[in-house]
Design a protein around this ligand. Sequence first.
Ligand code: ZN
Length: 136
Amino acid sequence: MTVLTVDQIVSYHAHIYFKDAAQRDTAALLRDQIAARFRVQLGRWREETVGPHERPMYQVAFATDLFAEFVPWLMLNRDDLAVLVHPNTGAPRRDHLVHALWLGEMLPIVRPEQLPDTADTAGDAVIPNTNPTLQP
Ligand code: ZN
């Protein structure tokens, strides 16, 4: 067994999935609440499925020092949405399939070949694009 250390984690992603009109509304409200409360990098809204899971979603990139505050907040506020939280360590396939945690429903992987074994982590630095005005 290779023991990994947490200092290999450059940042985290939360993928927020939605499956129908009601969940889409919930996901939109959640997105607004996240933007109002956390300094994160909100990714594009994806109506089409982009994999590796068969459901539309958007991504939230966040710095490691936000994990202890943001992930419990997601636990309390995700409603019925499936959320994948994964670290970015330069190993996209393992980060999504092995190192990840799910809140709620665990979705099956559909295109694992999209995920490379290794990747440059330079692009995983978080550039916040929110201006929080509310307390978490
Ligand atoms: Zn991701």
